[in-house]
Design a protein around this ligand. Sequence first.
Ligand code: AHG
Ligand code: MN
Ligand code: MN
Ligand code: MN
Length: 321
Amino acid sequence: MTDPNPDVRAGTDSSESRRESGGDELEAAVDAVVSTVARTAVDVRQGLVGRRGKTASENPSGESQAEADVYADELLCDRLGSLAAVGQYASEERAKCIDCGPTPGSDSASDADDGLERTVSVAVDPLDGSSNLASNNAMGTIFGIYDATLPAAGRDLIASGYVLYGPITTMVVADDSGVTEYELTGGERTVIRDDVTLPEDPVVYGFGGRVPDWPADFREYARAIEDELKLRYGGAMIADVNQVLTYGGVFAYPALESRSAGKLRLQFEGIPIGYILERAGGRSSDGDRSLLDVRPESLHDRTPVHVGNADLIGRLESTLE
Ligand code: AHG
Ligand code: MN
Ligand code: MN
Ligand code: MN
């Protein structure tokens, strides 16, 4: 078992120790959430048919919502919100968190002594890459499980994962024991790779945004990477990150001249994906520190996202210094 990235922050340790204290209950909560997402993924994938159009509404990030965004969010909210282990549900598609049980988080652990249910919070990007619906390209579902109320920082994360609606439906889940990849058939999970770690030699890169909108320092970094790696960018973070996890490399949606916080959401995309890449022996960064050390002020904060092989992220941070 390859140790996760050695310079993974204290945050993970504190969530590990918290896992120890809340041990079995948190373990059970994670399993309940992961199995529910796996089962719901079957319905999400089937429900994409006939829901590829735009609605008239916008999400809290000001983006227009696809019918499938709303559909996936409603399914996940119903099913995750009805789990006894889930105290709070939040999604990229909803302005506010939904309270659906006892307050999550270790400070409510004292309640656990009275036998009250220990609950977790789940933050979900119900459909990541939904602009790919029109072109029928891959997309995904992202989830983060926190032992705290939301908005929560990466150190409160106890597990995260994503479903990839590709040629087959797969799921990647990270927790303090490492990263596992599953094939989903009929909502059942079959392990296809346990102890997933980033390949030593990076092969692919994918950078979001438009080149003229990249700050000069990121453009300098991109120029060097373009000469070394192969471009793989498909417009859905999950599909692009899954290529990095499979072949090694770097994915970034950087800060933009037009929008210094970039495009991706810290709570729903940056933190859960940063956690997975760091547990797979890679690194994450907002440009100067791990995404897991960035505390969201508000639920829909955006952040520049850079994830991948540790040395590639190290080079990025020294270029952006
Ligand atoms: P979402 O569909 O959840 O809003 O996420 C879309 C994100 C992310 O998946 C992807 O990396 C990025 O938007 C693509 O942005 P561009 O269309 O600007 O490339
Ligand atoms: Mn969206
Ligand atoms: Mn997304
Ligand atoms: Mn989305």
